[in-house]
Structures are given as C-alpha cells and as structure tokens.
Design a protein. Structure first.
Length: 277
C-alpha cells in the first residue's frame, strides 16, 4: 500500500497568493499532477491540515475544485488555519468528517479508516482561534479506545501539530501543548507504525512513544531552517513537496519525500561505456 501525505496547502479564494508571494493554488495543481503521474499511484491521500488559509467557505469551495483530479480516496484533517464547521459543510459527502459510522466524539474531527492494509487514524489537534494545538482528554480517550479496537493492525496516526519540539523556536512556541500525555498513550500501542504531521513546513523525524513521528514539507512554502530559540518567523521558497508512505508487511512503513517541479533527468548511471554504481 502507498499512502500519500500532502500538507499545509493554505489555499486562498480566487487563487490569491499567500503573503502576496506564494501561489498556493498553482503549487497544489502541480502537486496533484505529480501524484497522478506517479508510476505507482497511491492507494489513498491524507491531507494533514492547513487546507485553506482563513477557513472561509469560498476557500473550501476552491479547494474542492482543486482536489477533483484525484482519482483515489482522499481524507481531510483540519489545521490551525481551518474551521471545522465550514470544512464539514464544504465536503458533506465525506462521511468520515460528519461522523457517520466513524465514531466521532464531539466537535473534533476524529476518525479511523479501515479500508486498507495500513489503518489510518486521524487526530484533530486544533484549538479554535489559536496557532498551537492540543489533544484534549476526550480525544485521548477516543484514541485509546480506537487503538485498542484493532491492536494487531498496522496503524498510522495523522495529525496537524507535531508532538515534539524541533529547535525552530517560534514554531515550537505554537506546537502541541500536551505531547507527553500523547506519548504515554502511544507507547502502549505497538501497532502504531508512524505519526505523520504537518504544521512545520519541513521534513523532520524523531523517535516518539516507541515509534517514529515525522512532519511533511508543505506543498506550498517552507519554514526557514533556523535552529535558534529567537529566530524570526520567516518562510523560504524551497521546492514544494509531498510524502509517500509505502507499507509492506515484510518491511513496515517506509517514507519517501517527492519534490514538486520540473527537474532534469532521469538519467542512467553511465560514464561513457561503463556502468557506474
């Protein structure tokens, strides 16, 4: 199975640029073209938050239009730039958002997808009106019940805010509030192969709760790499990217980062007449 992760789209209504610089709609179009041209097409796509920039209905309507070329199932998760109610209203046919048969607890977007060899469990970390996130007590209880329900099935947890510090000071200030509680819970469930997150606009990996937690680069702009507690809040136009999480029963979960753009190649590894390793 191949699970594609796309994150931090920041779509604006009418294709307006983010920060008057970033063509987020154009970048998402190119990303989807890239995904659909893959030799091995993903079985599913998960979008881990900051789907739009302001949580407005017009933005979600435009997002839906942009996602239309995807022919595989795709699953949405809110980030701190999203608005849950408006997201649900824009995608009424996405039953997992509405809680229909997906054991939604309260207003949060919590669901488990059991249609694939790799189980997808989505965990909403959004605090309305705040940039940082939290996994509240009800969500922790829901997650524990959900993981206990299928202890033998390999599982990936998808969420927006990463449950670890990164060294990028201003981003850590708006990270996940109660990561230690989540870590203790995850450690009790050995079937969790990975925790995949967005929010950081960079590829970052660390050990967490007996598994691996990672962030995916943004499909739009990237956070400047500055490992200083007092670093200013800046972004850079490094290449947009997405990730492919390849599940194999004999190997576990293997993750690849794919960059969006036009690049020279591929070229064979030849030097004159000789094959070069």
């Amino acid at each position: 199975m191949i699970l594609c992760q796309i994150t931090d789209l920041h779509i604006k209504a009418g294709g307006r640029k983010s920060y008057r610089v970033v063509d987020t709609a154009g970048s998402l179009r190119r990303c989807i073209d890239s995904v659909m041209q893959l030799k091995q097409r993903p079985d599913a796509v998960v979008l881990t938050g900051d789907l739009v920039d302001s949580g407005e209905p017009q933005e979600y309507a435009f997002l839906r239009e942009l996602l239309q070329p995807l022919t595989m199932p795709y699953y949405l998760l809110p980030g701190n730039h999203d608005e849950r109610g408006t997201l649900r209203a824009a995608f009424p046919d996405h039953a997992y958002l509405q809680g229909n048969g997906y054991r939604r607890d309260g207003d949060r977007v919590l669901y488990a997808i059991d249609d694939f060899p790799l189980r997808i469990v989505a965990l909403d970390t959004v605090v309305p009106g705040a940039a940082g996130g939290v996994v509240d007590a009800a969500s922790l209880a829901w997650l524990d019940r959900t993981l206990r329900g299928q202890p033998e099935k390999p599982t990936v947890i998808a969420m927006h805010h990463p449950p670890f510090i990164t060294g990028i000071g201003y981003m850590d200030e708006i990270g996940l509030e109660n990561a230690a509680e989540l870590e203790r819970l995850v450690r009790r469930h050995s079937q969790v192969e990975r925790i995949i997150c967005g929010h950081l606009h960079r590829p970052i990996h660390t050990r967490f709760g007996g598994t691996i937690a990672s962030t995916c680069p943004s499909v739009a702009h990237q956070v400047a790499l500055d490992l200083d507690a007092d670093a200013p809040s800046l972004f850079v136009m490094e290449p947009p990217a997405y990730q492919l999480h390849w599940w194999h029963p004999n190997a576990g979960l293997i993750s690849h980062t794919a960059y969006v753009g036009e690049f020279d190649g591929p070229y064979p590894f030849y030097d004159g007449e000789e094959l070069v390793d």
